[in-house]
Design a binder for this molecule. Sequence first.
Ligand SMILES: *Cc1c(COP(=O)(O)O)cnc(C)c1O
Length: 466
Amino acid sequence: MNELPHHATLLAACRHAIQYLEGLAVKPVSSASTLQGLRRQLRKELPDVPMDPEEVITELVADVEGGILGSAGGRFFAWAIGGSLPAALAADWLTSAWDQNAALYACGPAAAVVEEVAGAWLKRILGLPEDSSFAFVSGCQMAHVTCLAAARWELLNHCGWDVEQHGLGGAPPICVIASNRHGSVERAVRLIGIGAIHITDLPLDETERVRSETLEDRLETCHGSPIVVVLQAGDLNTGAFDRYAELIPLAHRFGAWVHIDGAFGLWAAASTHYRQLLEGYEQADSWATDGHKWLNVPYDCGYAFVARPTPHRAAMSHRAPYLIHDGDARDQIDWNPEWSRRGRGFATYAALRQLGRQGLELMVDRCCQHARDLVAGIGGMPGVEVLWKPILNQGLVRFRDPNPGATVHDRYTDAVIQRLLADGRGFFMGTTWHGMRAMRISVLNWQTTAADITTAIDAVAQCLAA
Ligand SMILES: *Cc1c(COP(=O)(O)O)cnc(C)c1O
């Protein structure tokens, strides 16, 4: 039998992938390239004639040189970006090879069943109600859209308004009350037509959480309107968690729908050491989280969960004469905002089997320990101020300008971060927190080791001395 035309190309891709992954331990984490350099390398003539596929791949690998961050590895501490577990990455490759359209059971039977199984596993691991519905979406952003569309349906249905038929024009306006929210919440509110102006951001207390009196005042103001309350499970700067046990029953007394953004923080549920941060969260109406962050599944993978399947399905489900529905099987199109879509369940299924409950707990605990060690190691250096000690896996430090008389340390903090990026032994980014520039420390890669933490601390010490 002749070799498939794929053969040499896929083997070449596999070799390059392994070479990249092996290089992560020793190569700089930051990018060596510039925008102009990458454009020079990649802006080729659109070819008129076909190219050999293996050559396409070999040239692609050569041309992105310097422009691929080491974010898949263990010394990347910026934003909240995980790596990929071996089983998850391999399953993701197969997902592409199998190329199933995971919209319906009929066009991807195993993809549908894998999502059904992995969805049930996720609910158990995350401690969510067993009868909640779920969707595997592209990330937490789309999980918010999915959950808030379900919220919109249910809240307006209670007012006797069918939003799916009539849209929002003429509907009672929905009030959105948010604690410490991520930007993706606002975008979800915009995308589902509520409009950003209808969001009220509540002030936080010194623990970066909303007090129940603060929420109650706002609920009183909105009383009579349909209300969505968005709570935080793991703020991106501080990892702060809201007081769900107080806030959720309070919001429910006002008929509000409570949504929780737990992009990475919901994974605290997997650990007996951190689970108490989430106390009372299971009473919410919907939850959004990511697979591509702390579960270490490749991009893109997020999860939406809705406590009651009816509003979720009502907001998403679709029927068309040419679609074949199996009465018993899961058709993802009933729960997802996309039509054609990737078989996103395979990588999650593989990640959960590779780790098991114990492996996941160990990974969560290890990342939190590394975050504490990193903050303590950097915080112990002269001129470093710890702004936030991790309660989970996120911390904040800033660098005080050593010039006598310096009172604002923003420029100096940013300069040290720039030096660190040039150094390349650890990747960190800045943020503005309470009006100050700060450096974020975020650990959620399964590969990060104690040696990586030591390397990163050494890099900070040298950049401070420079
Ligand atoms: C990353 C993040 C999001 C957005 O998630 P995506 O997966 O990037 O869509 C939302 N909320 C928080 C707290 C996050 O950290």
